[in-house]
Design a protein around this ligand. Structure first.
Ligand code: NAP
Length: 259
């Protein structure tokens, strides 16, 4: 399917690895020029070079911590005029509801709520003025069903979800859509870290922890960054203009819901 977005420009934050990279790769395959960022230089430059070479698009890497205002300003300067925004950042650490301090909550709110909101506030006016735009926020299945050890994620991401629910309906009339993608378990570094935590807590090996977790997923496996990215690229396509303010689970059926 021709996604109809070749030649457009996108900003994908936190995109040197994992789900962000999956989204950047699928957009590049659709002919979209990219600005991508991450804190570490090596993986970011490698990803930018690989995507540019494989897909013949322009990929600008910006070394930046997207949760810091001054870094974000540099990323936004490189991405001026972008019609597509995919927001992403690292997830908060696991723990227990009783452990977290005010500072822990503020860090999680900064990374997983206020940063995507700031990126939208910066790029939405231009999209509205041009009459076309797409925003996809990478959130989490924890928005639909809380994950015990990820209370910081449960909290910050539902705040973002509330912002998107209201804002998506205010900008839809200008040809701009905002939607959220909710990953369940995907085979990325983040999943390895979570499996290591589970293995440590249960006194078992990491492979055993991964196998046990995969067995709880109806699809019987972890998702891939590539299939996640393909859904993101579809939401950014010309075909998805009537999908507004939705929260789309990509979790292999893990979240046990009727609707
Ligand atoms: P990942 O494999 O650890 O990759 C994270 C990417 O984001 C890396 O490129 C990392 O590069 C970059 N990054 C992290 N923090 C950043 C920051 N502050 N500024 C700029 N770049 C940053 O993670 P993932 O699995 O793709 O997860 C992406 C998001 O989805 C996370 O918020 C995660 O909590 C959420 N999620 C993931 C899963 C899953 O199963 N994988 C499930 C539910 C939710 P640098 O480290 O070099 O900055």
């Amino acid at each position: 399917m021709d996604l109809g977005i070749a030649g457009r420009r996108a900003l994908v934050s936190a995109a040197s690895k994992g789900l962000g990279r999956g989204c950047a790769g699928a957009l590049a395959a659709a002919g979209v020029d990219l600005v991508i960022c991450a804190r570490g230089t090596d993986a970011l430059e490698r990803t930018a070079a690989e995507l540019a070479e494989r897909h013949g698009v322009s990929v600008t890497p910006v070394v930046a911590d997207i949760t810091r205002a001054e870094d974000r300003a540099r990323v936004l300067a490189a991405a001026e005029g972008a019609d597509i925004l995919v927001t992403n950042a690292g997830g908060p650490p696991p723990g227990l509801w009783s452990d977290w301090t005010r500072e822990d909550f503020l860090r999680a709110l900064d990374a997983n709520m206020l940063t995507p909101i700031a990126l939208m506030q910066a790029l939405l006016p231009g999209m509205i003025a041009r009459g076309w735009g797409r925003v996809v926020n990478i959130t989490s299945a924890s928005v639909r069903a809380p994950i015990d050890v990820l209370g910081l994620s449960n909290t910050a991401r539902t705040g973002l979800t509330g912002f998107v629910a209201g804002t998506a309906r205010q900008v839809a009339g200008s040809g701009v859509t905002i939607n959220n993608l909710l990953p369940g378990m995907h085979a990325t570094d983040r999943a390895v870290a979570l499996d290591q935590g589970a293995a440590h807590a249960q006194g078992i090996g990491v492979d055993e922890a991964k196998k046990a977790r995969a067995a709880t997923i109806p699809a019987g496996r972890y998702g891939t960054a590539e299939e996640f990215g393909a859904t993101c690229a579809f939401l950014c396509s010309v075909h998805a203009g009537y999908i507004v303010g939705q929260n789309i689970l990509i979790d292999g059926g893990s979240t046990n819901l009727t609707v």
